[in-house]
Design a protein around this ligand. Sequence first.
Ligand code: INI
Length: 158
Amino acid sequence: MSNTLSGELFLQDEKIAIVASRFNELIVSKLVDGAEYCLTSHGVKSDNIDTAWVPGAFELPLIAQKLAATKKYDAIVCLGCVIQGATPHFDYVCSEAAKGISKVSLDYNLPVMFGVLTTNTLEQAFERSGAKAGNKGYEAAISAVEMINLGKKIDNTL
Ligand code: INI
């Protein structure tokens, strides 16, 4: 029979950083609320959550990298909202945010979550920040909880 490795959905004394972008703050503040609610309801102490605000999603990777370099955090949750406009700006911002966040995660061997909404409309963003399509901030945070525990299991048992 094969062995299944999975991450539990509960934390204790872990420290989490949230990096949130102010662009579309109305939406992103809902993602931050969702992430904090998820973390505290899965065992993380409020005092162990630090939140840094950056201007836009493009800036998420640099601050995630600085926070990762402190080695103080067990995971970093990046939250933002990029809404399609009339120009290709959207594509550059989304792709640099995604690439940069992934790079920090791999460079620092740390769960760095991509909780960035990339939507065609403001309505789609609302739907994904606490309305009918859930809350992407909550989803990114629960993924962080799972990844922390899965990573620890691999480090400690294999
Ligand atoms: N940043 C966002 O987070 N969301 C957007 O929708 C957005 N749009 O549409 O332009 C956006 N642009 C700003 C960008 O992230 C940088 O902050 C800016 O280019 C300065 O580097």
